[in-house]
Design a protein around this ligand. Sequence first.
Ligand code: FE2
Ligand code: FE2
Length: 179
Amino acid sequence: MKSRPFLTNIKTLRERARLHIENGAVTSGYKANQETVIKLLNEALATEIVCVLRYKRHHFMASGLNAQGVAQEFLQHANEEQIHADQIARRIVQIGGEPNFSPEGLLTRSHSEYVEGMTLIGMIEEDLIAERVAIDSYREMIGYLANDDSTTRRMLEEILAMEEEHAEDLASLLKELGS
Ligand SMILES: [Fe+2]
Ligand SMILES: [Fe+2]
């Protein structure tokens, strides 16, 4: 079997790193399509922001309904979606893009919807649906990135794991509430 060099030789690596230093973390070895990744991440950012807003609304409405346990769960999810939004925004900047925080078009960029929900059960169901949308869209993004941008992929894998936990929490709440 013909042996294949394991790494680019050191001289070439060093020379390549000196080119385009204005690109920061994005080196010539970055294999993904930067523009596409930034667009996908901005959609994910919009999704997370819409989720924060929906969970916040649900948190305050559930508090009014005297459902403290559920209200607390909504608040915790809102805070975790906010952390996801921040992680995604940071990564967008790191790969040379700009995070889109504009309220204009937010719902169009977002994968999940903003549904207020009429009852406590209705709110939990809407949140579960949104989590399920997020789970599938993150799974697709992870598949798309594969080994072309493993840092972004790993970040999305961590976020996906948490969305799965959220979905599980909500499904358990629905069961407890007997629906
Ligand atoms: Fe999230
Ligand atoms: Fe979530």
